[in-house]
Design a protein around this ligand. Structure first.
Ligand code: ZN
Ligand code: ZN
Ligand code: FE
Length: 757
């Protein structure tokens, strides 16, 4: 029997996830000799032995890979045998190019949890327990290669016990960079409201403070959260008052799965997502009897719930036993606080105590928010646990690209080769802190992924700070990407496709190529280009941004449009009688009433007409509450007329508004009207797509834009499109909202120059 020797190269997410010990164990199990090592490109190994066993190894290395690993490419070739019979892990060989991936942060694994609550374990009750399979990653990494010295754990010198585990290939903590224990690792402290440390057991004292109705700032993986007892009305209402957050829903952390089931209905897919190593906030249907105070998510049938994902959370939740509101540590819309000194400063007056520690957070990362749609995740906010895992592109970008994203819900994206690294959620750039995060994220991602962008993609809106920043970049090629084209390309890239497709892009607002604001768009689009084929008839937004904050203004505009001089008396008009005429005059003023074809604004108008919302305290609130009001069983619809144009068609939102007003006057139940309005929008989508299919021959539809976070609408649209023979693409990896814009910009820019050359 002659021995065979094979060299194997593995690329993808294969470092910092326990890959080498896995390969070591597998080779030993199969009786093979050789070695394994980290390289600049990933993992490289050579195995030698019986041909059949070597073959078995090649199959198993992919099939049995550690849970956190993501093999993107495996190549192998035979080399000459050397008679090696023992297997070892050898030191890293660093390649010239860094192509390795950085792992997202990973929730505490089952093995670590068992040790955490095992009184005989040396890490019993230690709030920073972790191993190769779990723990902080992205939030502590300062540089690559991923090594302890390049993380915020560098300052902690391992004790002899930890070092032994770290160097033992058979140990679960072999090369786990954040490995630590009570002897050598980070320590937990409780500080009072003034930042002075409090004596006693920090965990027990923090729990007592929360139980007594206090607000405790808890340092997590990517920043500080604020925690209060979710079952206490005064505690939650008090937090709202201190944070200046009126109605935007708070997320809740539940102690365990049974506690989640008491709060919300839970499908098996949702349970899997909740308990996954990514541990996002999952939007669930709240039980009417759920034991959380109404101030947690006022007027909302959904509840954002997550399970503990760090040892600190596990210990705290076990101590408390009740669900807590766990919301970003910040003031209203500022980004989450993550540095210890800024926490003490910015959360002063909000937090009654700080449960904190001395392991620095390198990069601010919010919790991810995901909703399940027909068994598939639909990200609402893609951040902790997901970033910086790349999106794999359908084809290589022509040159390295930096895409600067939009203004709200900003993310940035760096693309190189077939990888698009979409950043964590950065936030609303109008905020100075968020803008600083934006520039820091750009620098950090360039370093981590060794991308030197040659192209910079930006939104066409001249007032976006991301756009202004992009236009200041000297010496790089700039590519402006229209907002809704970016949404369409984002949906294509999300699905590994390039188009052309019919793209239905419904959102709040985006800058159009004609200088008006778009948002109810039917495009014929590919990553290479687009044509605006259909859209809502633009209407004025009286007062501009004020019309976004006060949806009743859009109701006034649409009512006048639908009924001209003679609008019927409606409740919404009664509530705003004093301002009604002035607002309509403002609407005619031109300069202070920008024109917009936004579908989001039509949802706003209908929301006000149905007495759901006259004013909003957070983005999208009126549309969210309209979706919740809608009776999903409502049949019937409202006609919208497509008016043909040279490019395709336009459709007037006043049509459905007229029908809605008639039904209001007949006294039809508001929830039925809201349901029929959703049907009407879905029917409009199908009608528009049919018209464009006739012109273009295209049979695939991409749905994107913030309006498609509305799952009632999304479901109706998909059903009706599929019944009409369309294939439908929707978002699965990045959000349909502006959080996905940077990905779309990157692929558009990455392909634009490819076709020029
Ligand atoms: Zn672990
Ligand atoms: Zn130690
Ligand atoms: Fe948008």
């Amino acid at each position: 029997m002659t021995a065979v020797r094979v060299q194997i190269r593995l690329e993808g997410l294969v470092q910092g996830v326990g890959f080498r010990p896995f390969v070591h164990a597998l080779a030993v199990r199969l009786g093979l000799g050789g070695w394994v090592s980290n390289s600049g490109e990933g993992v490289i190994a050579e195995v030698e032995g019986d041909a059949e066993r070597v073959q078995e190894f090649l199959t198993a290395v992919e099939r049995e890979a550690p849970p956190l690993a993501l093999i993107e490419r495996l190549s192998s070739h035979e080399v000459s045998a050397r008679g090696e019979t023992s297997f070892q892990i050898v030191p890293s060989t660093l390649g010239a190019e860094r192509a390795t991936l950085v792992s997202p942060d990973v929730a505490t694994c089952e093995d670590c949890l068992r040790e955490l609550f095992d009184p005989t374990d040396r890490r019993f009750g230690y709030p920073f327990i972790n191993c190769t399979n779990c723990g902080p990653r992205f939030t502590i990494v300062q540089d690559v290669p991923y090594d302890r010295a390049a993380t915020t754990m560098a300052a902690f010198t391992m004790c002899a016990d930890c070092a032994r585990e770290y160097h033992d290939p058979a140990d679960r903590r072999f090369h786990a960079q954040p490995v630590a224990c009570p002897v050598c690792g980070p320590r937990l402290v409780l500080l009072d409201a003034d930042g002075h440390s409090v004596h006693g057991d920090p965990m027990a004292r923090a729990a007592a403070l929360i139980r007594a109705g206090g607000v405790v700032a808890v340092k997590g993986l990517g920043g500080y959260h604020l925690a209060v007892d979710a079952t206490s009305e005064p505690a939650v209402a008090g937090l709202r008052a201190r944070k200046h957050r009126e109605e935007k829903p708070f997320a809740v952390m539940a102690p365990d799965l049974p506690a989640v089931r008491r709060l919300a209905r839970l499908e098996p897919d949702e349970e899997r997502l909740l308990t996954s190593p990514r541990r996002p906030i999952v939007l669930l249907e709240r039980r009417p009897e759920a034991e959380v105070t109404s101030a947690t998510a006022p007027g909302n049938r959904a509840l954002g719930i997550m399970l503990p994902y760090t040892p600190v959370h596990h210990l705290l939740m076990r101590e408390l036993g009740v669900p807590v509101v766990l919301t970003s540590g910040n003031l209203s819309d500022e980004p989450i606080v993550y540095r210890d000194d800024e926490a003490k400063e910015r959360l002063r007056g909000i937090a009654d105590g700080f449960l904190t520690h001395d392991r620095p957070i390198h990069i601010r990362t919010d919790d991810s928010v995901v909703r399940l749609f027909r068994g598939t995740p639909m990200p609402v906010r893609r951040s902790r646990g997901y970033a910086p895992q790349p999106i794999r592109l359908a084809r290589q970008v022509s040159r390295p690209v930096l895409a600067c994203g939009a203004e709200l819900k900003n993310t940035i994206c760096l693309a190189k080769g077939r990888h698009a690294f979409v950043s964590h959620h950065i936030g609303d750039l109008e905020n100075y802190e968020a803008f600083r995060s934006f520039t820091e994220a750009i620098a950090h991602f360039q370093r981590l992924f060794d991308v030197r962008p040659e192209l910079v993609a930006y939104d066409l809106h001249p007032e976006y700070l991301s756009t202004k920043w992009a236009l200041d970049q000297d010496g790089l090629d700039l590519v402006g990407v229209q907002h809704h084209h970016a949404h369409a390309a984002s949906c294509l890239a999300d699905n590994g496709e390039e188009g052309p497709v019919i793209a239905v892009i419904f959102d709040g607002l985006g800058y159009g190529t004609d200088g008006t604001l778009w948002g109810g768009e039917f495009l014929v689009a590919s990553v290479a280009g687009f044509e605006r084929a259909g859209h809502l008839v633009p209407v004025p937004m009286p007062g501009g941004a004020a019309a976004i904050r006060e949806p009743w203004r859009m109701a006034a505009v649409y009512l006048e449009r639908a009924f001209e001089r003679d609008p019927p008396p409606l409740a919404v008009k009664g509530r705003h009688e004093a301002q009604w005429k002035a607002i309509l005059e403002l609407a005619r003023s031109g300069s202070q009433a920008p024109l917009s074809s936004s579908m989001g604004r039509l949802f706003d108008a209908v929301s006000a007409l149905l007495d759901v919302r006259d004013a909003v305290s957070y983005e999208g609130q009126a549309a969210i509450e309209l979706e919740q009001l809608a009776d999903p069983a409502a049949s019937g619809t409202y006609d919208a007329q497509l008016t043909p144009t040279a490019a395709g068609f336009v459709v007037d939102g006043a049509g459905p508004v007229r029908a809605i007003v008639e039904e209001i006057r007949r006294g039809l139940d508001r929830s039925v009207i809201a349901g029929r309005f959703h049907n009407a929008v879905a029917d409009l989508i199908v009608q528009g797509c049919r018209a464009l299919r006739e012109r273009s021959g295209l049979g695939t539809v991409a749905l994107s834009g913030g309006v498609f976070q509305n799952v009632l609408l999304l479901g109706r649209a998909i059903d009706r499109l599929e019944a009409s023979g369309f294939r439908v693409l929707r978002h699965r990896q990045v959000p349909p909202n502006d959080g996905g814009i940077s990905l779309g910009q990157a692929v558009v820019a990455g392909c634009s120059l490819a076709s020029d050359r």
